[in-house]
Design a protein around this ligand. Structure first.
Ligand SMILES: *Cc1c(COP(=O)(O)O)cnc(C)c1O
Length: 440
């Protein structure tokens, strides 16, 4: 199971090697591990900006004026991320007061914030209106009425999008699929519930219905999920127009382009995808005799995933004679629960032994008291891998930091940003005092 000679460069252009060491964004990962300690989240700021621009430029070129890319902050939410995507001109998709507060205190323009979620409490709604959140994505009738009541109390007209379930199964992992008819999110077209939902929304004096939102799923490679969404949603818009005489200004297609975690994952050419999507959109609008709505998209993973890497230090290497070998590191499912949750694949390297053949299979496991604490099974590492070595797990920029837990009271790693050959701390390492701060 020897890997090709330089597998890292095939995965992403921000990976290479020098003097036997893995480099990330042009920097020596061993040096970074030494300077900042492990476990350590690294984020390549230049790559984040590059990914933002791929979307932004394709949008400007192919889609109607006023179309906007929203970064789905749940993929990685901390203040510096909000500042970076804000500087790149993106809007923000948030799902909680915590994400709203993060954006607000980072100085993010709140009118470009879209607030999602299938359970917004009255307190959440009031908090978001106080913060000046630009748009609520309404998940159902009860939320609609709660929003109307709060907007009336404040004597304002609140911009909203209505979340519609298009009835599309994205053929991805069940836990990250949201567009099928029995999803907990949104109001379904197929069951006939979406039409009266729109009618009810249009009748609310304090709500300004800007359009519709749908989101099919995450880590989607299936050829044309967004095009399918456009086709279904434009047909829905036609029906709504005929019934209620209403035309939406905005159509939000959600997030979901997949990224490459391992070499065998297909590579998605985002500008080409968006160009194809635009072509479908214009053609179908013409066929249905509808004006072309402004398009919104909410990429999370594809903005940050390949901009991230996690570094660990090996604590032990164990061979169970005749069975298997384990490499245990100083982090685990607390900083990266994705294998435990979804069986996600990752590409991993022994960062200081890049010139040694990686031809022995090890299970890469964490330090939690849990047999399921596996970062990745069957990883090829060099035979000499031992205590003190630095292990790099690639493509951890999305849903690692944001899904980190406090299990076993392990401390959360810091986030160090890499920019133009420099490094700086964006989120500090949690301390024992931080960890116990709320204990009485
Ligand atoms: C999760 C999610 C996204 C982002 O999905 P990615 O796969 O990270 O691009 C966008 N919009 C909504 C509503 C989501 O739930």
């Amino acid at each position: 199971m020897t890997l090709p000679l330089h597998p890292e460069t095939a995965l992403c252009s921000n990976l290479d090697r020098k003097d036997g060491h893995l480099r990330f964004a042009g920097q020596d990962t061993l040096k970074l591990a030494q300077t900042y300690g492990t476990p350590l989240y690294l984020m390549d700021e230049d790559r984040i900006r590059h990914n933002c621009r791929l979307y932004r430029d394709a949008f400007a070129e192919c889609l109607p004026q006023g179309s906007m890319v929203l970064y789905a902050s749940k993929a990685a939410a901390f203040r510096q991320m909000c500042r970076i995507v804000g500087e790149e001109g993106l809007g923000l998709d948030v799902v909680s007061p915590g994400e709203i507060y993060t954006a607000q205190t980072a100085g993010f323009p709140m009118e470009k914030v879209y607030y999602h979620g299938n359970n917004k409490t009255d307190e959440d709604i009031a908090f978001a209106m106080d913060a000046g959140v630009g748009c609520f994505v309404v998940d159902g009738v009860e939320e609609l009425l709660a929003l109307e009541a709060e907007a009336a109390r404040r004597d304002l007209r609140q911009k909203v999008l209505l979340r519609i379930t298009p009835g599309i199964d994205p053929h991805t992992y069940a836990a990250v699929s949201t567009g099928q008819v029995d999803s907990k999110f949104g109001v379904s077209i197929e069951t006939g519930q979406a039409e009266p939902f729109v009618g009810l929304a249009l009748a609310q004096p304090h709500l300004d219905v800007a359009g519709f939102h749908c989101h099919v799923g995450s880590q989607v490679f299936w050829e044309d999920v967004f095009e399918r969404s456009v086709i279904v949603m434009m047909a829905f818009i036609r029906t709504i127009h005929d019934r209620w005489g209403y035309l939406p200004e905005e159509l939000d297609l959600g997030g979901g382009y997949g990224v490459r975690y391992v070499e065998s994952d297909p590579e998605i050419h985002i500008p080409r995808k968006i160009a194809n999507l635009a072509e479908t959109l214009y053609a179908i609008s013409k066929r249905l005799d509808l004006p072309v709505p402004k398009i919104l998209m909410e990429p999370g993973r594809s903005i940050v995933a390949d901009a991230g890497m996690t570094l660990y230090t090996v604590g032990s290497v164990k061979e169970i004679t005749g069975y298997k070998r384990y490499v245990s590191v100083d982090g685990g499912m607390t900083d990266n629960p994705r294998y435990a949750l979804y069986g996600s694949q990752y590409t991993c390297f022994n960062a200081g032994r890049m010139e040694e053949p990686a031809d022995v299979a090890f299970d890469l496991v964490g330090r939690c008291c849990e047999s399921g604490d596996v970062i990745q099974p069957e990883v090829p590492f060099p035979a000499a891998t031992k205590r003190g070595d630095v292990i790099a797990v690639c493509t951890t920029g999305a849903y690692n930091f944001s899904m980190a837990s406090a299990y076993n009271r392990l401390l959360r790693p810091p986030v160090v940003m890499l920019r133009g050959g420099d490094a700086y701390v964006a989120v500090e390492r949690e301390t024992l005092q931080d960890m116990a701060r709320l204990d009485r």
